[in-house]
Write a protein that binds this ligand. Sequence first.
Ligand SMILES: C[S@@+](CC[C@H](N)C(=O)[O-])C[C@H]1O[C@@H](n2cnc3c(N)ncnc32)[C@H](O)[C@@H]1O
Length: 362
Amino acid sequence: MTALDTHSRTAFDEKAAEVFAGRVATILDDGAIAVMMALGHRAGLFAAMADAPPSTSSAIAERAGLAERYVREWLAAMTVGRIVTYDLQAGTYTLPAEHAACLVDGAPLGNFAIYAQHVALLGAVQDRVLRCLRTGEGTAYGDYPCFHQIMAEDSAQTVGGALFDAVLPLAEGLVDRLEQGIDVLDAGCGRGGVLIALAERFPRSRFVGYDLGSDAIAFARERAEAAGLGNVRFEARDLTGFEEPGSFDLVTSFDAVHDQKDPEGLVRGIRASLRPGGVYLMQDIGGSARLENNLDFPMAAMLYAISCAHCTPISIGQGGPGLGTMWGWETAQAMLERAGFAAVERHVLPHDPMNVWFVART
Ligand SMILES: C[S@@+](CC[C@H](N)C(=O)[O-])C[C@H]1O[C@@H](n2cnc3c(N)ncnc32)[C@H](O)[C@@H]1O
């Protein structure tokens, strides 16, 4: 049977049921490991184990500044999950270099433990989402503990890590214009990490970030101030009905359109806010609007789960359409074209197959 099977079944297939039960057991194990991976990331345990010699639970706990009893239990979960190895005789644990290669900040393959935090968050908000399922109501950002922190880590990796080498070069001539000095808006900037990196790199340009979340904006302001930046400002504001005609040369949005109350209105407002020759650089989730196209899309199950528990209810909670995380690149592209952009290019960057990048020009 395939995920898109259309045949009605007649006889109960015992073998298929057994195989499926085995798969469910694996899902339970893997789901638990994902939550423990998020915990290990937040507690600094992967960082404490990377590049370290085989170590006892006491040594690891001491290095991470944590309580040994809990660390030992976490290590047991990681050992049976085949994330760390355990030397029975020496009583030591090791995070193999090949595993650290995708589990610590700055690792060559990226830090997947950052994404594991999304899985942990799904569990944390289950009661709230259950209420949404029963009533049809939506949620608010305040319902999601640590959301802006997780999102900031996520985008620091997927956007920030490739900003100068891969993202900005998508729009020909953009780096030169940023160096000369232009006006830039980041719509739905969250904690502002990307904008701050741009403001540091291009001192002649002027940057502004808008976001609904006043806590995220307060964080961004503090960081900008600590970095001594005079060319970036952040404002807490609802982008519903956004109108600042002819104000910017570049507008960016990183994973910030589909959650909105009025995604279409925002894209239209962004088009109108651009001066002649202006560019809209839009990153969003790169899945298709059609379920049947997403069966092999990277981490599609996690993305649909995030959609069900976060992106869809967040939009509905604002009075929006609830497009969801997997609203699809087709939907985004059609929205950009309807907004009147003269040219819309679509790209997928090799380091980040989950997202799509649009370069839309006035
Ligand atoms: C998935 S997060 C992305 C944040 C940021 N761009 C990043 O990459 O880390 C979506 C952002 O859109 C913001 N947002 C959602 N609805 C909004 C609205 N109506 N007006 C302004 N910002 C909104 C949220 O507060 C959130 O920070």
